[in-house]
Design a binder for this molecule. Structure first.
Ligand code: ZN
Ligand code: ZN
Length: 338
């Protein structure tokens, strides 16, 4: 079967045709409906070598159009996390499919979801009902937030601690919304006016960074760095000393484009815990789906700030790369075939 995909190489997007193999047992053929652009897509574009090829897109919703498995039927709406675990190894059985070394990832060199159709293993997909397409495309981001909550909880965070969420992009906003629902004492810090306004609209406890920096008493027990690269500023890293006190815990959700310097003296003297996240297992996505059912519509309609047609993938990424007055950008794939 012939399909169309967008590839990124030599700093530009290129639309090309591709033939899919025939469906194997346990697989489904998916018609992709929508794909969200993630900060990690931008990170990959900005750090990849010119002559290599990227196939981006791991926040997606699609419809099953052919099924060779028992769990999914034609017509089902499905999504997944970025990492497709093998489903068979001990790591997958321990509900850590994001750490599986035998599976593959969406949005890397091999397969991205900015394509009309895809063949994927049914065992790694989640069927989603009672959510709109725009809500489903945002669920992977909600799962990142869900994982951040579970990771800081494992590090000992409770409602009685002071938690800082540093960076009010889609991940930061959803993390703030999620831990607010949990009853946490949290502060969200952001620099961008547009994003600050959105956080206010969503009734979050938001503090502009310059204001936060005037209060030297303002330290936190737990810090979740959701700034990613923070537009080439290495996110939270340079503010670590300012916002931490003795025995603070820092969870870094994204990646930094530039090298970061480990100030071992600072980390040692303050007894700071540092933890990174590598995506989340599919069980976390499942929990996010259960949690947000029935209360995600307004959130998704605010966070998805722009939608682009499948023909305009380059424009969609150009907009995302400027990182100005935008939140989540979504590419509407399915319209292509209407
Ligand atoms: Zn993502
Ligand atoms: Zn595995």
């Amino acid at each position: 079967m012939k399909i169309t995909e967008w590839k990124f190489s030599h700093k530009a997007f290129l639309k090309s045709d591709l033939t899919l193999p025939s469906l194997q047992d346990g697989e489904v053929l998916i018609s992709v409906e929508k794909v969200g652009i993630c900060g990690s897509d931008l990170f990959a574009m900005e750090t990849v070598a010119d002559d290599s090829v990227l196939r981006l897109g791991h926040e997606w919703v699609g419809r099953v159009v052919e099924s060779l498995c028992d769990s999914l039927e034609v017509g089902d709406l499905v999504t997944s996390t970025a990492v497709m675990g093998c489903g068979a190894c001990k790591i997958c059985h321990d509900e850590k499919s994001n750490l599986c070394q035998k599976g593959f990832s969406l949005g890397g060199k091999d397969i991205g979801m900015i394509r009309t159709k895809a063949i994927l293993p049914a065992s790694q997909l989640l069927k989603v009902t009672d959510f709109s397409l725009n809500e489903i495309v945002l669920l992977e981001v909600a799962a990142v937030a869900e994982e951040a909550l579970s990771q800081i909880s494992k590090l000992g965070a409770t409602k009685d601690h002071r938690t800082l969420i540093f960076g009010g992009g889609p991940v930061g906003i959803l993390t703030a919304l999620r831990i607010k629902e949990e009853g946490f004492n949290y502060t969200l810090i952001e620099t961008d006016r547009y994003r600050i306004q959105m956080a206010k609209d969503l009734e979050l406890n938001i503090l502009p960074l310059p204001m936060a920096l005037t209060d030297s008493e303002s330290t936190f027990d737990y810090i979740i760095d959701t700034s990613g690269d923070g537009h080439d500023k290495n996110g939270f890293w340079k503010y670590m000393n300012f916002f931490t006190h003795m025995s603070s815990h820092c969870l870094i959700v994204g990646k930094y484009k530039r090298e970061v310097e480990i100030n071992s003296n600072l980390l040692a003297m303050k007894n700071i815990t540092l933890k990174w996240m590598r995506g989340m297992p599919k069980e976390t996505l499942d929990r996010a789906i259960v949690f947000w059912k029935g209360k995600f519509e307004v959130i998704a309609s605010k966070i998805i700030s722009h939608e682009f047609h499948f023909d305009n993938v380059q424009e969609a990424f150009d907009k995302a790369l400027i990182r100005d007055e935008c939140m989540k950008i979504v590419i509407n794939v399915a319209e292509e075939e209407v």
